[in-house]
Design a protein. Structure first.
Length: 279
């Protein structure tokens, strides 16, 4: 019987050129004001106080000296900054925002290097989830919840081109994001290279292989990488995978939802490790 596989990008044959990084997605509804900071000086003070920012919207034509000071502060935080027209800022508040709105992150982010080193120091076999271009909050929350339930050690997301972690994301994950370490990678290719150099296998879920997900060893230190259903894994990131696997499908449905596919991958790793007796 002809078998289809998990297909995060079933239009791939018509999109052979590498895809560009998608722009950050912003909700059209207003977040609660307690999740936002308005004004240049207020945002600078928040950075100086060590507040973790999820993203910053900056008026496109800002050129004041204090605006330049803010940009210098932001450069050291790896916070995504998007320059937008003032009309965009006005959608979020009626207050005097001075051309700047910062969105507070409800969680602390971890360094990938610290997480990996800690796991090895504790004698654990790393199991990480890398999300490449996942912008749907419901999918992200569902994946985070599954990761927490299954004992995945951390989620890695790119700084840009991925879902924003806000209060709604916390709710969607059923609170899992309060306990599951989340790492932000400014450059996902460099992050994957670091993981490989640290001895982790990079297992990519993709349709472009004949190897089933059950046919690879998932008991070794590893990171599973999942791409969005629309565009799949970036080609440059896919090239860094040590293993490419598919999830076989036998019916007419083109692809699995990415959160479902992630759950299948995660629990195969759990099954293999339980059989071997790994933690």
């Amino acid at each position: 019987m002809y078998q289809k596989s998990y297909n995060p990008n079933f239009n791939h044959e018509r999109n052979v050129a590498p895809r560009r990084e998608s722009k950050p997605q912003y909700d059209t509804k207003r977040p609660p004001e307690k999740e936002m900071i308005f004004g240049i000086r207020a945002v600078i003070e928040a950075i100086d106080a060590g507040k973790v920012l999820d993203k910053v919207l900056l008026r496109r034509d800002m050129s004041s000296s204090i605006g330049k000071e803010l940009l210098q502060k932001l450069e050291g935080t790896n916070t995504p900054v998007q320059k937008v027209p003032v009309e965009k800022l006005n959608q979020f508040t009626d207050k005097n925002h001075q051309g700047v709105i910062a969105f507070l992150s409800p969680i602390e982010f971890y360094r990938v290097e610290d997480v990996v080193q800690s796991l090895f120091d504790e004698g654990k076999t790393p199991l990480l989830m890398v999300l490449d271009g996942i912008t749907d909050m419901r999918n992200f929350g569902a994946i985070a919840r599954t990761c927490a339930c299954a004992g995945v050690h951390a989620i890695i997301i790119p700084t840009r081109g991925c879902v924003s972690i806000n209060g709604d994301a916390i709710k969607t994950s059923a609170g899992a994001l309060h306990t599951l370490p989340v790492c932000k990678a400014d450059n996902l290719q460099n992050c994957l290279t670091y993981l490989r150099d640290s001895g982790l296998r990079i297992v990519a879920a993709t349709e472009h292989t004949d190897i089933d997900y059950t046919d690879v060893d998932m008991t070794a230190p590893m990171a599973i990488i999942m791409g969005s259903e629309e565009k799949g894994i970036y080609e440059e990131n896919l090239k860094l995978a040590t293993d490419r696997v598919r999830i076989p499908m036998t019916n007419a449905i083109e692809s699995l939802n990415v959160s479902v596919a992630a759950g299948v991958m995660i629990y195969e790793a759990v099954r293999q490790r339980a059989h071997k007796g790994d933690k």
